[in-house]
Design a binder for this molecule. Structure first.
Ligand SMILES: Cc1cc2nc3c(=O)[nH]c(=O)nc-3n(C[C@H](O)[C@H](O)[C@H](O)COP(=O)(O)OP(=O)(O)OC[C@H]3O[C@@H](n4cnc5c(N)ncnc54)[C@H](O)[C@@H]3O)c2cc1C
Length: 613
């Protein structure tokens, strides 16, 4: 049954990442801890009670394409959507001046983990609307904001992002959809977009598409693209719906996962009557779209976390219940009774890997959200630093996070054995749903190239240097702390390797050996992801160890026996102890993968490029 790791989420928010400090920023003056707690409790309740029960039926039924070119979502989705938007969840992080709650990104991220974990396919509808409205809010004219925002924030209208065409996937610059100016600000749009999530559906009365298109005589590539607001139905001056804007859904995809999310082929201007409203300036389309894409990339990382956490919890609950085989300590005793599989070393190993990834990913997503809050609402040096960290960590959240999430779902299935493979249990759906996360919003191969090719060199390498400094300071603390010093050497090794790799790739870049660098992009992304999770596990472990020591002291548990007994009796003590043990396991069992990754990246093996395939 779907459940949420609320204890770990609260540990991250309040104890580790100091959300109290964020809500003290002037932008969040309306909020206090109690209000945030109520918001989260309501979000978790909605995720558990309203959204999660629809996940499996929605997967079985999928979306329906109707002869009139409209799309119907699975049974019950409209009622669920109305309940979701009725509670104002689309506006959770939208500033109060627009009618939103004005919560920080950290709170939005924590609530959304529950929503997307409960039903990743359903989460696509409000998720895309939020991305589209945030773009209009930041980049649109006052008139555009006035026309669209209110109805999108309340969920009456939906939103999409339309980049992909049959010949333009990863290569966005190959887009052919055309935009011809008809009057100031307005253009006639003609072309076809494919794979458009929420492209058409019955949850909203109007759908606001953000469409990349090329104006006549614009330069080739991404620099020639402009961005347009293209509603399905035009909007009259008084805000009511006008005529159909010639945006037709000509089909939906039948796909491996997230089946309850409609994935549409959209034809713009089949009858020469589709009008788009320019947002920003001509030629600035990709720059502006990146606004939405950066948010969406974090959103996809979060989808990975939500689904991985749901899969891990399912595996954990199952392992506690499923009785099979005798305890390993009595393997030669034919009279030994069977025990729950959670006692078997190999099952515990699988669960520990899943836990280490899920807890590490949660810390990564929430820490990145914290940087987003500081980047948006902070000031001075802290704000500048946060902007850099946000940029650097975004491809890691998306690319590394979603690959790891898929691996968690694989291990969850393995934990359940045959029951994991059959659709009576949810794990096989989690795996099918999770696969798309590594593909859309820029494939993980593209994320890897973004990290190594763009983010590492940002601001003349300053962003990366700040990251290195942060890691060095962390290492010093790790070596000092009694609870972590025994595994600090592994972090030191990986930090040294990272600096060596960075120097090597920089040298190759300067020599113009770009292919050599890109050959290692995916390995480097994985390396950086492993390192980042180690950093966060280390930080959490030091804090948790201090809290555990305080509990032991308060309860007078001085020796080993008393402390062990307390761990069995006190869920709080066991929680903190679990954080320390997870960090130790991560450094000892998972982080060493970075040694082999570093070795292989430094080998300069060019067979991949030389082989005739
Ligand atoms: C369910 C679903 C929902 C989607 N939702 C949306 C949406 O809402 N809006 C939207 O605009 N699009 C959407 N997409 C499209 C998605 O973003 C693209 O599928 C994705 O960007 C990859 O493009 P492609 O499929 O054409 O693959 P390709 O670009 O052909 O890539 C194929 C492979 O080649 C690799 N590759 C391509 N170019 C390079 C390169 N230069 N260097 C190294 N490797 C490279 C890729 O990493 C990949 O492994 C969706 C897709 C799906 C399946």
């Amino acid at each position: 049954m779907f459940r949420i790791d609320d204890r770990d989420i609260r540990f991250n928010l309040w104890e580790y990442l100091n959300l109290d400090e964020i809500i003290k920023l002037p932008a969040y003056a309306e909020l206090d801890r109690e209000t945030v707690e109520i918001l989260l409790a309501n979000a978790f309740k909605m995720a558990k009670d309203v959204i999660a029960p629809s996940n499996m039926p929605g997967d079985r039924e999928g979306c329906h394409y109707n002869p009139d070119g409209t799309v119907t979502t699975p049974k019950g989705y409209k009622e669920m959507y109305d309940a979701y938007v009725g509670d104002g969840w689309i506006g959770l992080t939208v500033p109060g001046e627009w009618g939103g709650v004005g919560a920080p990104q950290m709170v939005g991220m924590a609530a959304s983990e529950a929503f997307v974990g409960a039903n990743a396919a359903f989460g696509m509808y409000p998720g895309l609307t939020h991305g589209a409205l945030a773009l209009i809010m930041d980049e649109g004219t006052e008139e555009q904001k006035k026309t669209f925002l209110e109805k999108m924030i309340t969920g009456q209208w939906g939103g999409t992002m339309c980049l992909t065409e049959a010949g333009a996937g990863s290569d966005v610059g190959a887009n052919k959809t055309s935009a011809v100016k008809v009057r100031e600000g307005y253009y006639k749009i003609t072309g076809q977009k494919i794979f458009i999530s929420s492209g058409d559906h019955d949850l909203v009365e109007n759908n606001i598409h953000l469409v990349l298109a090329r104006t006549p005589d614009a330069p080739k590539g991404v620099k020639g693209l402009s961005l347009f607001i293209v509603p399905k139905h035009r909007v009259k001056a008084d805000g009511s719906l006008g005529q159909f804007n010639d945006v037709t859904c000509v089909g939906i995809e039948h796909k491996m996962g997230i089946k309850a999310s409609s994935t549409c082929t959209l034809a713009f201007g089949e009858k020469d009557a589709c009008e788009g409203w320019l947002i920003g300036k001509e030629g600035d389309g990709i720059k502006i779209m990146f606004h939405m894409m950066n948010e969406a990339r974090l959103g996809v990382g979060l989808q990975g976390l939500g689904v991985a956490a749901a899969a891990y919890n399912e595996a954990l609950d199952y392992a506690r219940e499923r009785v099979q085989g005798a305890d390993a300590a009595r393997f030669k005793d034919p009279t030994a009774t069977a025990v729950p599989i959670i006692n078997h070393p190999d099952v515990r190993r699988m669960l520990m890997i899943q836990r280490a990834i899920v807890h590490g990913m949660r810390a990564l997503m929430l820490k990145t959200a914290r940087y987003a809050d500081l980047a948006l609402k902070g000031s001075g040096e802290a704000q500048e630093k946060a902007k850099g960290m946000l940029e650097l960590l975004t491809p890691i959240c998306k690319g590394y996070g979603t690959d790891q999430a898929f691996d968690v779902t694989r291990l969850a299935i393995q934990t359940l054995g045959g029951y994991g493979y059959v659709s009576e249990y949810p794990c096989e759906q989690y795996m099918r749903d999770a696969k798309i996360f590594s593909i859309y919003e820029g494939t993980n191969g593209i994320q890897a190239m973004d990290l190594i090719g763009r983010k590492m060199g940002m601001k003349g390498g300053m962003v990366f240097m700040n990251f290195v400094t942060e890691m060095q300071e962390h290492l010093a603390r790790l070596k000092e702390h009694a609870a972590t010093r025994d595994f600090a050497a592994e972090f030191e090794q990986t930090l040294g390797d990272m600096q060596n790799l960075a120097m090597t790739f920089m040298g190759k870049g300067m020599e113009g050996k770009i292919v050599d660098v890109l050959l290692n992009a995916t390995s480097f992304l994985r390396f950086m992801g492993n390192l980042s999770l180690a950093w966060l596990h280390g930080e959490m472990a030091m804090l948790a160890a201090d809290k555990l020591a305080a509990i032991f002291k308060a309860k007078g548990a001085k020796d080993d026996a008393a402390q062990k007994a307390l761990l069995n009796d006190s869920p709080e003590a066991a929680f903190y102890d679990g954080k320390v043990k997870t960090a130790r396991f991560y450094h000892n069992a998972l982080l060493p993968e970075n040694r082999s990754l570093a070795q292989s990246m430094l080998k300069e093996d060019n067979s991949v490029m030389e082989i005739v395939l």
